[in-house]
Each structure stands twice: as structure tokens, then as C-alpha cells.
Design a protein around this ligand. Structure first.
Ligand code: FMN
Length: 356
């Protein structure tokens, strides 16, 4: 089943340019040998950016580079050795279209290097990204990984250096926050460490780990990093939710690229809208309710194909809730869809909430 992109594109051609803001001059960015065009990246999001979601984003188009959910390196090796299995989060990675970045996390340089090498040389992914930004306790306090490592620039350097050597010539990138807390913002230092260790790009979420998701992303702080990087591109991330916000980010801040996460969960077509806006072209309108309905059912079929109807239906509840966000009747839809337990129930709720 295909996303009804033809209907969507037809509607797009009639749409007016959404913003009066002129498109800033934006160049494709280079991550090692990889050209990312447009320089707008789909962020990794654990629990969400799986193969099904990535296919939907890819069919709409507009994301210069897509990323998987973060994959635990130690978990990867354990599963391979003990169960001869791959992590669920690598669903689709071997065969899906490129470019594709796979994100890994851990705190052990050798483990990360071993997994990075497999991803680079066996899976032939386009980019291996290392997570130094996750603020979740299970990753920081329990596993001393993610944003916990921002306290230890030497360790970050050792990890990047080792993974770069293991993955070459596949580029290795890093994703960080501004620091662990407001009183210890060391993103500039970490950026230099990543560059010196051979990293090919740096993405910065403009919050600290202690901020979690509160307040707003601090784009001035992201921008301040740029003059300290000599060779590698800087990708800014945080709170970009519309084509206008992306145009504004490129116009006001010193970044080579941007990354979008949450806003594209309920609008997987956002990247296509952003791409058009950056090119100074008419911005495609949001899909109609009927198109969204087909999209939701397409997403559901992909998830059920992989996980079976029972687990697929449960998993789909959270994705379906994202689609409803910001629409009339969203609360009722969310209440109903978060309880569905069978394909029949799922289809009924969708039919009634997204009428033809
Ligand atoms: C549900 C969820 C899961 C996330 N998982 C990851 C992850 O696996 N790896 C990562 O680097 N960042 C992860 N993030 C952070 C996002 O990639 C991004 O940095 C953050 O949401 C800010 O961008 P936004 O304002 O566009 O959402 C996650 C965020 C959310 C909301």
C-alpha cells in the first residue's frame, strides 16, 4: 500500500507560498563524502523513528538524511552472541534506501567501535552517529552513557576516535546537548573534541540534559559553537516545528544544517514542506483528512507486517496518537485509539475519526 502522495502533490501545486519570508541561501552540507541536500535531517527518536516511520518520511521526501532510533551497542553484541539475533531497532536497516544514519549509544570505546564497524562495513549504512545527548536516567545514571559523558570530554574524544578508526571511510557523527546542566555548559569544548577526534559532523540540541524538554532550545548557544569548528558542519536542533521556523533558524543562526524531531511525528510531510520553503517554492499544504486516514492505515499495515497484528496494534496506539495532535477531536480520538486491541477496533476508530 502506498501513501496517497499523488493527491497530496496535486493539492501542493495549487498552494500559495506560505511565508512572506524570503528563503535564505542554504547550501547542501557535507558529512564526510555524503552530501546532505537539503541540509535538513530527520532526528533519531527512540520508540518512534523505526522502519515504518522512516518509510513514510521517505515517501513524502524532503529529509536530507534520516536516522534510526538509538541502538545500545552492548545490547547489540549480547543479542548477536547469545541469541544470534539483531536488535529490533535495526528493523529494515539492511535493505532500506540510503542515505541512512544509525545512532548508537554506550560508554565503552571498544564496544562502540565493534558495533560501528559492523554497521559501516556489513550493513553499509551512510553514517554512524554516536549519542552523547540522551538525558534519560536509564542511560545516564545506570549506564553512564548519553549526556552523562558530556562531563568527560576525554572519554568523548576516545570514543569518537576509536569509532572513526573502526568505521572508516564511513563518516561518524556525534549528537550532543549544550551540557549536563545550565551551570556546566561545555558544548564548545565537546565540539572541538569531536572535531579533533575525527568526527564528520556535530548535531547540537539547544538544551542541557537537566532541562530535559523544558523551556526553549537556546539557538544563540548553538550558534556560538560555529566559530570554534574548523572543518565539520554544525547542525542545530530544537523546537523547529514549521517551514517558517526553519527559514528563521537558517537566517538568524550560524548553522550548516538543522534537525527536526517531535514536530515531524504528527507531520511526517513536514520535511517536504521545509524543502519547498528553502527552495523558495510554494509550500505544499497539509494532507487532507482522507489522505491522513490512508497514511495512518498504511503505517499500521507496516507495523503489523513486522510485529504481527497483536503487538502491532498495541505499538500503533502511540503512533496514532501523534497523528491526531493539533486536529479537531484529537482528544477523543486519542482516548479511543489508546485502548484498541484488535485490527477491527483500530479500523473502526480510524473510520469514525477520519471520515471519507
Ligand atoms: C520520544 C523521543 C525519543 C528520542 N530519542 C532520541 C534518540 O534515540 N536519540 C537522540 O539522539 N535523541 C533522541 N531524542 C531527542 C530528539 O532527537 C531531539 O534532539 C529533541 O526532541 C529536540 O528536537 P525537537 O524539538 O525537534 O523535538 C528523542 C526525543 C523524543 C521526544
Amino acid at each position: 500500500m502506498k501513501i496517497p502522495s499523488s493527491t497530496w502533490q496535486h493539492a501542493a501545486s495549487a498552494a500559495a507560498v506560505a511565508d512572506s519570508q524570503p528563503a535564505p541561501r542554504v547550501q547542501p552540507l557535507k558529512i564526510g563524502p555524503l552530501v546532505v541536500d537539503p541540509p535538513v535531517l530527520q532526528a533519531p527518536m527512540a520508540g518512534f523513528t523505526n522502519f515504518a516511520y522512516r518509510q513514510i518520511v521517505r515517501q513524502f521526501g524532503g529529509a536530507g538524511l534520516q536516522a534510526t532510533e538509538m541502538v545500545h551497542a552492548k545490547g547489540f553484541l549480547w543479542l548477536e552472541n547469545e541469541a544470534d539475533e539483531l536488535p529490533e531497532r535495526l528493523w529494515g536497516v539492511a535493505e532500506e534506501a540510503r542515505p541512512l544514519a544509525v545512532q548508537i549509544w554506550d560508554n565503552d570505546p571498544a564496544t562502540l567501535a565493534e558495533v560501528g564497524a559492523k554497521l559501516a562495513h556489513e550493513f553499509r549504512v551512510s553514517v554512524v552517529d554516536i549519542n552523547f545527548g540522551c538525558p534519560v536516567k536509564q542511560v545516564t545514571e545506570k549506564a553512564h552513557s548519553g549526556s552523562y559523558l558530556l562531563r568527560y570530554p576525554d572519554r568523548v574524544g576516545a570514543i569518537v576516535e576509536r569509532v572513526v578508526a573502526a568505521c572508516a571511510p564511513t563518516p561518524v557523527t556525534a549528537k550532543i546537548r549544550l551540557g549536563c546542566s545550565r551551570s556546566s555548559m561545555n558544548a564548545i569544548e565537546i565540539a572541538q573534541v569531536v572535531e579533533q577526534a575525527g568526527g564528520a559532523a556535530l548535531t547540537v540540541h539547544g538544551r542541557t540534559a537537566a532541562d530535559f524538554f523544558s523551556g526553549s532550545a537556546d539557538w544563540d548557544r548553538i550558534s556560538e559553537i560555529k566559530p570554534h569548528l574548523k572543518r565539520i558542519p554544525l547542525i542545530g536542533n530544537g523546537d523547529l516545528a514549521s517551514p517558517a521556523a526553519v527559514l528563521n533558524a537558517f537566517a538568524r543562526y550560524d548553522v550548516d544544517g538543522v534537525m527536526i524531531a517531535r514536530a515531524a511525528l504528527n507531520k511526517p510531510w513536514l520535511f517536504a514542506q521545509v524543502k519547498a520553503a528553502l527552495a523558495g517554492e510554494p509550500v505544499p499544504p497539509d494532507p487532507t483528512l482522507e489522505d491522513e486516514r490512508s497514511l495512518l492505515l498504511h503505517h499500521y499495515s507496516l507495523v503489523c507486517e513486522r510485529f504481527g497484528e497483536s503487538k502491532g496494534t498495541v505499538l500503533m496506539r502511540k503512533y496514532a496518537c501523534c497523528y491526531a495532535q493539533g486536529r479537531a477531536g484529537a482528544r477523543e480520538f486519542r482516548t479511543r485509539v489508546s485502548k484498541v486491541a484488535s485490527p477491527a477496533e483500530f479500523h473502526l476508530v480510524v473510520e469514525e475519526s477520519f471520515p471519507r
